[in-house]
Design a protein around this ligand. Structure first.
Ligand SMILES: NC(=O)c1ccc[n+]([C@@H]2O[C@H](COP(=O)([O-])OP(=O)(O)OC[C@H]3O[C@@H](n4cnc5c(N)ncnc54)[C@H](OP(=O)(O)O)[C@@H]3O)[C@@H](O)[C@H]2O)c1
Length: 304
């Protein structure tokens, strides 16, 4: 790859798919600029890995123009926060002005015109906005990430619990590293993927009873899935201080989940990246430390 002069921009580079995206592009021998919101240890570790960190705000046109200079392909990733449409507009304008050729856009499987989640509908609108540019555009629409298991995990009295409003719904949890390999492969060779919207799934579709069993088997402790109502879930998120926009999104995609919108599996990750995606067991095995304590968002059991 020594003769490849292209520079790739990864936004959200301190986050899950962004960080893994930087790693995947570097592993392929590419030059990577990594957009971070703040200059902190995460930015320093991206620099140590070989990326060029640039501090900027996805909502700031001047910052994004600076970040796009000389860039061939860019990954757009904005969290579930207010401002997605504005960030997409700023990103698209800066990219077009800078002559960026291709974009991979992080969307999600629930992105639909009729989505009840405001964030999911905004993802759908952002896809349409990017499609109206003359860049090569590819959308990735993952199901729930395997990282959910860490965020919503309760560890207490030597046991684990997942209290979530998913009933008997199913999905195939997808790891950030597997998504990142797809993002890197598409950035490296964008033409065949132009105007595609790829749903990204892990290898095995499971309900949360099966997921709890898989985590239990890997950690060697009892793990319980306790289905809760969407109302209890929303109240717990609100009392934890999570933003109203995120609570509105997650409450509505929980209903989507129960109705099968997040279900399914496919071969997209292997076909595009050449790598077999991680199972839940493999993911947990790689992050055992993270399961020793409760995650940031867990919904406590009533007796806690
Ligand atoms: N989690 C899931 O199960 C799931 C499923 C399907 C799709 N998705 C999609 O995945 C996306 C999130 O991806 P992710 O989980 O990889 O991201 P993430 O871990 O939430 O990280 C997002 C990064 O963006 C940075 N950021 C936030 N606001 C910014 C701004 N104004 N300017 C510049 N940077 C900013 C954050 O910086 P700080 O860390 O400094 O705050 C953070 O590092 C969302 O669009 C979501 O819809 C998620």
């Amino acid at each position: 790859m020594a003769d490849d002069q292209r520079v790739f921009l990864i936004t959200g580079a301190a986050g899950k798919t962004g960080h893994a995206g930087v790693e995947s592009l570097l592993a392929r021998g590419h030059t990577v600029r990594a957009l971070v919101r703040q200059d902190d240890d995460r930015a320093r570790s991206l620099a140590a890995a070989g990326a060029e960190p640039v501090v900027g705000d996805l909502l700031d046109l001047d910052d994004m123009s600076r970040a796009m200079r000389g860039v061939s392909g860019a990954y757009f990733c904005y969290p579930i926060r207010e401002g997605l449409i504005e960030a997409t507009t700023v990103f698209a304008q800066a990219a077009v002005e800078a002559g960026v050729r291709s974009v991979v856009n992080m969307s999600q499987i629930s992105a639909r015109r009729e989505s009840k989640s405001n964030a999911a509908r905004q993802h759908w609108l952002s896809e349409r906005l990017l499609d109206r540019t003359d860049m090569l555009v590819t959308h990735v629409r993952p199901t729930f990430f395997t990282a959910w298991l860490v965020d919503w995990w309760e560890r207490r009295d030597g046991e684990g619990a997942l209290r979530l409003p998913f009933g008997h719904g199913r999905h195939a949890p997808v790891a950030e590293i597997d998504q990142a390999r797809v993002i890197a492969a598409v950035l490296a060779d964008p033409e065949p993927h132009n105007r595609e919207a790829y749903t990204l799934h892990g290898p095995i579709e499971m309900d949360h009873y099966e997921i709890a069993d898989a985590v239990s088997g890997e950690l060697g402790i009892p793990v319980h899935y306790e289905p809760i109502s969407v109302e209890e879930f929303a109240a717990a998120m609100t009392s934890r201080g999570l933003p109203a926009h995120l609570v509105q999104h997650l409450s509505n995609v929980a209903v989507d989940y129960q109705q099968g919108i997040f279900a399914g599996t496919n071969n997209v990750i292997e076909d595009i990246s050449g790598s077999v995606p991680l199972t839940v067991e493999q993911y947990v095995a790689g992050r055992r430390e993270d399961f020793r304590t409760s995650g940031p968002n867990f919904v406590p059991r009533p007796s806690a």
